[in-house]
Design a protein around this ligand. Structure first.
Ligand code: ADP
Ligand code: MG
Length: 855
């Protein structure tokens, strides 16, 4: 199925589910709505059965295509109407709740039920007429009925591993040694040599260069190593930012070009460096020369490696001959396939499958990306028929076109269940090569209604996590690093995989710039790819896309003009996602409150924003609010507690306290993250109302002296990370009691901490990951640590006054990883064989002392 129809079938399913679950209050809101919706339901269900056939016919028949598009419009509109009704019910609920609390409340203005009912009835009538036409028109086509699969298969797919470990790289020893040799050979006459590595997409250039980059000989030989992912955009300023970031970790997006240049010079200054420019597309020599001149300040022997798909790029940039990377041999490909398709050692049990595998890899042209993706697709499949299906698939016969997506990727895509396809396609709104945060992505899917509950009481976040993991295990996401508690927080998509997402994204998705001509009203998701919007007007051609559901900026755009902002917010009333992360403006207009469908609002990194209008609290469907990095924000809106659907809140602010009764209302909260709330002295006791909260992070809240005792009611809390809160002193007895679901705890940078809070003992059955870092005041670890029998990882770093581990660590039988760094005394005691504590820890599977693996 092409994506348009997937979207249609899934949205239709969502709408049908919504109709089926209309509540009494919703039905009584608008007269006759029940009967109408039942009719919709009947019509939609019968149409759903012909979608698949319609999809096949539309290729040849444009009227069918048009019919499908009209149908989709109607389904979207039904969805909007249903959403309006449920929002109105929500509004009344909040209002009554407010009056129970005896607040005099004129907060919500237009609340005339008759007018509302009238408005909705008119919309429904219009929709019904359009749907009737569609049904009539359908008779012209003689579609065949088929059972469609919009059923969610919530069978959890077992994970294959998603990391590229060094040992996973197959057959590149020769190439690696050759390149290392090139890097180490120095010619005197040339101060800076540039070595291009050329090869097809997915061939393993990045992987190979990474091996080289981390090779010991290279690490020893170059004083400074920098890695920059260049990708399509070759903008000098952006590149300098990336280079400096790679060298120093500093974010310097706010610096001007000349400042960046100085900064770069200071950093490179006479050092012998190695810079990797990964995945370069630019073939404009002048742009390259500009950059090269800035990089010529290193010591003799400094080198640049460029990886590219293009020989033209290579010849422009290279000072040596290109290194042409070859495909892997069939045997090597087979090893990759086997590695990803079977559990370790299992392949021996299935010689027939391996035989079919041999035939499959010959079709992959030696390209590891193709092989790996197929391996992941075949993971845990042990029926011959399933392997033969891949081997003999028609897709291999498709002619490779110019925008050349590997057939293997295409095939893996086709094999995904439809709910996953639409989530995958949504990723096309991200720019190429950007890092995508897990939670960010999940909340975006959530906002679009892509997470389909399967009846059980699974939470939306869990469903999202499951989808994310599935995409990981299918190799559609890659290059991820995990946090200490084994969660993958960031992922990337390989360029070719991104191409695939874009190809499948159909007409609903669009990248818009100032040159875009009239944007179709059927476009629902827009990524805006311009920057420098300080003095710009909103592009008129985009206003045609009135039914837009997502708007996001591709880049950190910085200052945007008031008129741009106003038009954006005034014009698109169906928005579910408004992602203005990195856009700067001082004031959010109060009519933001009119975006009643809005579920995701990102205002992060707005360094100019000082106040938020209270009307933001009218966004009753809002599930995610990002105020992260809003350093100037003076306070939160007074009525923030009215956001009863809010599940994710990330905030930075200057306020000393939180609005009264904030937490009383935010009972849906799942993730809450305070970052750089420098002046915040206390979290209110009301926190006890957050009984659904699962993650809580406090970061750089320098005035916070203690945690409220209400914390003990957070029985659903799974992750609790506290970092760099200088004044915070966790009290031994009371704090952290009652956290019965706690799995992951990070205590980092609390200089006042003298002992771990005893309350933690109550998490003994659940706590699996514990990291304690930079706590200079911590003298001992408590004896009860040995009661944490579920503990899997224990990291202790930079706690120099810590002398020893408790005697009973040998009781921690679940402990798989112990890592100690920057604790000299402790390290000595844990030395292999000789250390005093060794007998107590020798049962642990992996042990690291100051980053060296000793077991
Ligand atoms: N030698 C190899 N052995 C196993 N897997 C590989 C190898 N080289 C690349 N891969 C896998 O193939 C995919 C594409 O590799 P990558 O280095 O990103 O390609 P390129 O940079 O050439 O586009 C990655 O998922 C990587 O894990
Ligand atoms: Mg690459």
């Amino acid at each position: 199925m092409a994506c348009a129809e997937i979207i249609l079938s899934i949205i239709a399913k969502g709408v049908l589910d919504k109709i089926a679950s209309l509540t009494f209050s919703e039905i009584s809101m608008v007269r006759g709505v029940n009967k109408e919706m039942e009719k919709f339901k009947k019509t939609l269900s019968s149409i759903k059965a012909v979608l698949s056939d319609a999809e096949e016919q539309q290729v040849k028949n444009h009227t069918v295509q048009d019919w499908l598009e009209k149908l989709k419009d109607v389904v979207y509109d039904v969805d909007d109407v249903l959403d309006e009704i449920s929002t109105e019910v929500l509004r009344q609920k909040v209002e009554t709740h407010g009056s129970i609390l005896k607040q005099v409340d004129n907060f919500f203005s237009h609340s005339n039920p008759v007018a509302f009912s009238f408005k909705i009835s008119r919309k429904i009538k219009d929709i019904r007429e359009r749907l009737d036409d569609i049904v009539l028109e359908r008779r012209n086509f003689h579609f065949k009925e088929q059972v469609v699969d919009a059923q969610v298969q919530n069978k959890v797919r077992e994970q294959s591993h998603s990391f590229m470990r060094e040992s996973d790289v197959i057959g590149r020893d020769y190439d690696k040694d050759k390149i290392v040799e090139l890097l180490l050979s120095s010619s005197d006459h040339e101060s800076l040599s540039v070595i291009p590595i050329v090869g097809l997409g997915g061939l393993g250039k990045t992987t190979l260069v990474k091996l080289v980059y981390n090779d010991e000989r290279i690490v020893r030989n170059f004083e400074l190593r920098l890695w920059v992912c260049v990708s399509q955009e070759f903008d000098l300023k952006k590149l300098l930012e990336k280079i400096i970031k790679s060298g120093t970790g500093a974010n310097c997006g706010y610096l001007e070009l000349d400042q960046l240049q100085t900064c770069l010079r200071d950093n490179l200054n006479a050092k012998k460096f190695l810079i990797i420019l990964d995945d370069v597309w630019n073939d404009d020599p002048t742009k390259w020369i500009e950059l090269r001149n800035l990089l010529s300040d290193g010591a003799n022997g400094s080198k640049i490696i460029v990886t590219t798909r293009s020989t033209v790029v290579a010849s422009i940039m290279g000072t040596t001959q290109s290194y042409n990377l070859k495909g892997l041999s069939n045997d090597e490909c087979l090893s990759i396939l086997v590695k990803f398709a079977f559990k370790e050692g299992d392949a021996k049990r299935y010689p027939k499958l391996v035989d079919i595998g041999k035939a499959i890899v010959t079709k992959c042209g030696g390209i590891p990306l193709a092989v790996r993706t197929l391996g992941c697709l075949l993971y845990m499949k042990i029926e011959e028929r399933e392997w033969l299906y891949i081997k003999d698939n028609e897709i291999w016969k498709l002619e490779q076109k110019e925008n050349d997506i590997l057939p293997a990727l295409r095939l893996s895509y086709e094999q995904m269940p439809s709910y996953l396809k639409q989530c995958f396609v949504y990723c096309s709104i991200f720019p190429k090569d950007c890092e995508i945060g897990r939670v960010q992505l999940i909340t975006l899917w959530m906002a679009q209604g892509f997470l389909l509950p399967n009846g059980s009481r699974q939470q939306l976040e869990d469903i999202g996590n499951q989808y994310f993991n599935e995409l990981l295990s299918r190799s559609f996401f890659h290059e991820v690093n995990e946090k200490f508690d084994a969660e993958v927080l960031m992922c990337k998509m390989h360029n070719l995989v991104h191409d695939l997402a874009q190809l499948m994204a159909s007409t609903e998705y669009l990248n818009v710039d100032f040159n875009s001509r009239l944007v179709s009203e059927r476009v629902r998701h827009v990524s805006f790819i311009e920057y420098d919007l300080y003095e710009k007007e909103f592009p008129m051609p985009m206003l045609n896309a009135k039914k837009l559901r997502s708007f996001s900026f591709s880049y950190q755009v910085g200052p945007i003009s008031k008129s741009f902002l106003y038009t954006l917010i005034l014009h698109f009333r169906c928005l579910r996602v408004l992602d203005m992360g990195g856009a700067e403006f001082e004031e959010l207009p109060s009519f933001i409150g009119k975006l009643k469908h809005l579920r995701y609002l990102n205002l992060s990194w707005n360094r100019s924003l000082k106040v938020l209008p209270n009307s933001i609290c009218k966004l009753l469907n809002l599930r995610t609010l990002h105020l992260y990095g809003c350093e100037q924000l003076r306070e939160l809106p007074r009525d923030i507690g009215k956001l009863i659907s809010l599940r994710h809140l990330y905030l930075t602010s200057q306020s000393i306290g939180l609005p009264e009764k904030m937490f009383e209302g935010l009972t849906s909260l799942r993730y809450l993250w305070f970052q750089r709330c420098n002046r915040l002295v206390s979290l209110s006791e009301g926190i006890q109302h957050l009984t659904s909260i699962r993650r809580l992070r406090m970061e750089e809240c320098h005035s916070l002296a203690s945690l409220p005792s209400g914390i003990k009611h957070l029985t659903a809390l799974e992750k609790f990370w506290i970092t760099d809160c200088q004044e915070l002193n966790l009290l031994e007895g009371e704090d952290m009691k009652g956290l019965k679901s706690l799995q992951s705890l990070a205590i980092v940078g609390l200089p006042k901490l003298v002992a771990l809070p005893q309350g933690l003992q109550q998490s003994a059955a659940t706590l699996q990951y514990l990291t304690i870092q930079n706590c200079q005041g911590l003298k001992t670890l408590p004896k009860w640590l040995e009661d944490l029998t579920s503990l899997r990882r224990l990291y202790i770093r930079n706690c120099p006054t810590l002398m020893c581990l408790p005697q009973g660590v040998h009781r921690l039988t679940a402990l798989q990883q112990l890592s100690i760094r920057g604790c000299p005394q402790l390290s000595v005691r844990c030395e292999r064989e000789t250390g005093e504590d060794w007998p107590n820890i020798s049962h642990i599977l992996e042990i690291y002392l100051d980053s060296v693996k000793i077991k």
